[in-house]
Design a protein around this ligand. Structure first.
Ligand SMILES: [Zn+2]
Length: 347
């Protein structure tokens, strides 16, 4: 085993408290997308997710080791410096998937844990499906089809798209690479494969309804926006970006009446001007805190980092994998800090 890996494994055995003393954070952010026992074809080829039992193990772990705070507490801390409890953690869910209501809501209510649900507003009430989820449906169809289908697909593909057909083992990546802000190619692929997206939406109802969002708000959870159509926002013009953020926050405000609507960036907030984001908030003060990914690494005051809790890797019945995941994000932040220090020394 390489020294780097040995050190990492040894470091992972340290109690989380040690990292928390070296890398100080007044709070950390955690995000999930979905919790389900079902295979969910629209998500299956995008990421792995936890069962309700594994998620409940996470909740028990959080209750034992953290103080789960509300969005209002975090907002007050960020804007007025109001003190947070020690070991504060904000739990969030992205994308606005229907399991937030059917599966996550009852568990959170039972354990009395606050949460922010970030919804993709054009897809509320199942009015559309995100491009990457369409890609997952196509991948599922391809790999569950007969050989004959796959062969005819390879021939038709060249005719249809005028491109070289990828080798079967590269099909998954090829389909995923069609995901961009323009869904035309994936829509064509869905059509060719006989995937009826509208029928899938009507039958499976992957997203929350507006009513469910209002109920979550009435339950005391915070609702945030997660863009209009789950676009890669770094590819938009400044005006398009502003419209996207403001309009999706407006849809949420119309549903909940909340004064301050947080916004979480789909994919990543990398490449988006922090100055522009601050200007957007200055022009539209109802736009609340901005949330990204990045674990616990803070690249600016503007975007609040969060780490992902979806993966069930390393969890077992009765044992959450969050301790290891949290140790990992602290390790990441620590190695970045050491790297920056070393770079300064060299200067
Ligand atoms: Zn998302």
């Amino acid at each position: 085993m390489k020294l780097k890996h040995r050190l990492r494994n040894a470091a992972l055995l340290l109690p989380t408290g040690i990292y928390q003393r070296v890398i100080r954070r007044d709070f950390i952010g955690l995000y999930y997308h979905v919790v389900s026992d079902a295979p969910l074809p629209h998500l299956k080829h995008l990421y792995a997710f936890k069962s309700p039992a594994a998620f409940e193990d996470d909740l028990r772990y959080l209750k034992a080791h953290f103080n789960c705070i509300t969005y209002a507490q975090l907002e007050s801390y960020q804007t007025h410096g109001t003190k947070l409890p020690p070991k504060a953690l904000l739990l969030t869910f992205d994308d606005g998937l229907s399991q937030c209501f059917s599966t996550v809501r009852p568990l959170l209510l039972r354990h009395q844990i606050p949460c922010v649900f970030f919804v993709t507003t054009d897809f509320l009430d199942n009015r559309g499906l995100a491009v990457d989820m369409k890609a997952s449906l196509c991948i599922e169809k391809y790999f569950s089809a007969e050989d004959e289908f796959r062969q005819s697909f390879s021939q038709a593909y060249a005719l249809e798209f005028g491109k070289d057909y990828p080798a079967p083992d590269a099909v998954k990546d090829w389909i995923k690479n069609l995901v961009g802000n323009n869904p035309v190619e994936l829509d064509a692929l869905c059509e060719w494969m006989g995937i009826d997206v509208q029928a899938y939406l009507a039958r499976e109802k992957p997203y929350l309804s507006s009513e469910q969002v209002m109920q979550l708000h009435a339950d005391g959870f915070a609702i945030g926006a997660h863009s209009l159509r789950h676009e890669r926002l770094s590819e938009l013009t400044p005006q398009e970006l502003e419209n996207n953020i403001v309009q999706s926050c407006q849809v949420v405000q119309d549903l909940t009446g909340a004064a301050n609507i947080p916004f979480a960036f789909p994919f990543s907030a990398e490449g988006i001007s922090r100055t522009l984001l601050q200007e957007i908030r200055a022009n539209h003060p109802f736009v609340g805190l901005y949330f990204g990914g990045n674990g616990i690494v803070t690249d600016s005051e503007t975007i609040i980092p969060r780490f992902c809790g979806d993966s069930p890797n390393g969890s077992s019945p009765g044992r959450s994998n969050l301790e290891v995941r949290i140790a990992n994000v602290y390790l990441e932040a620590l190695s970045l800090k050491l790297f920056k220090l070393a770079a300064q020394q060299r200067r």
